[in-house]
Design a binder for this molecule. Structure first.
Ligand code: NI
Length: 185
C-alpha cells in the first residue's frame, strides 16, 4: 500500500466530473486500499478519488470501525435534515456548518465488485454525502451561505500558501491512538 498526495482547493480535478467504473479491477482495489491508508494517515473519515487526483467514481469512508468502499455510488434514499460542522482533507483548517440528510441509503459496488446498498445515519451519512459531492465536483464550501463562504475563503487564503504545488503530502501518523480525533472528510 502507498500513501497518496491529496489535492487541495485550487487543483482543477476537485471541480471536474468523474467517470463510472465499468469493473472493479485489481488496480482499483489497490487504489481503494491506498485511499483508506491515506485517509487514516491524514486523520480523515472519508476520501474521494478526485482528492487523490483520480477520475473514478469512488469514495472510501470509515466511522466508528465501519469501513465503506463504494464505487459508482448513487443515493437510493435520503431523509431528515441537520446542520453539522464539516471540514475537508482538501481544504485543511477550514470548517463550516452544512445541512445534510441524517439518514441515507446508497447503492454502489464494493471492493469485491458486488452490488451493495449501504445504509448510514448521523456522521457516517454526512460523510458519505460529502464524499458523493466530491464525485460531482462539489465541495462543502458550496453549501455555505455567502458570508460564511467568504470567511471560509479568507481562512483558506491564509492556509493555501502552505501548498504551492496544490498537493498535500500525507505522512504516517506516529501516534496511532491519536487517529480519528479530527473529523475531516
Ligand atoms: Ni472533502
Amino acid at each position: 500500500m502507498a500513501l497518496l498526495d491529496i489535492h487541495v482547493l485550487g487543483s482543477p480535478i476537485l471541480r471536474q466530473e468523474t467517470q463510472r467504473v465499468p469493473e472493479v479491477t485489481g488496480e482499483l482495489r489497490r487504489l481503494a486500499d491506498d485511499m483508506l491508508e491515506t485517509m487514516h494517515a491524514a486523520k480523515g473519515i472519508g476520501l474521494a478519488a478526485p482528492q487523490v487526483g483520480r477520475r473514478e467514481r469512488l469514495f472510501v469512508a470509515e466511522v466508528e470501525e465501519r469501513k465503506i468502499v463504494l464505487f459508482n455510488p448513487e443515493i437510493v434514499l435520503a431523509e431528515g435534515k441537520a446542520k453539522g460542522e464539516e471540514g475537508c482533507l482538501s481544504i485543511p483548517e477550514v470548517y463550516g456548518d452544512v445541512e445534510r440528510a441524517t439518514r441515507v441509503v446508497m447503492r454502489g459496488v464494493n471492493a469485491q465488485g458486488e452490488s451493495v446498498e449501504e445504509e448510514a445515519t448521523a456522521l457516517l451519512a454526512r460523510c458519505m454525502l460529502h464524499e458523493l459531492d466530491h464525485l460531482d465536483g462539489r465541495l462543502f464550501l458550496d453549501h455555505l451561505g455567502v458570508w460564511k463562504r467568504r470567511s471560509a475563503m479568507q481562512q483558506w487564503e491564509r492556509e493555501k500558501a502552505k501548498y504551492p504545488s496544490l498537493r498535500r503530502a500525507v505522512v504516517v501518523a506516529k501516534d496511532l491512538a491519536a487517529q480519528h480525533n479530527e473529523e475531516a472528510l
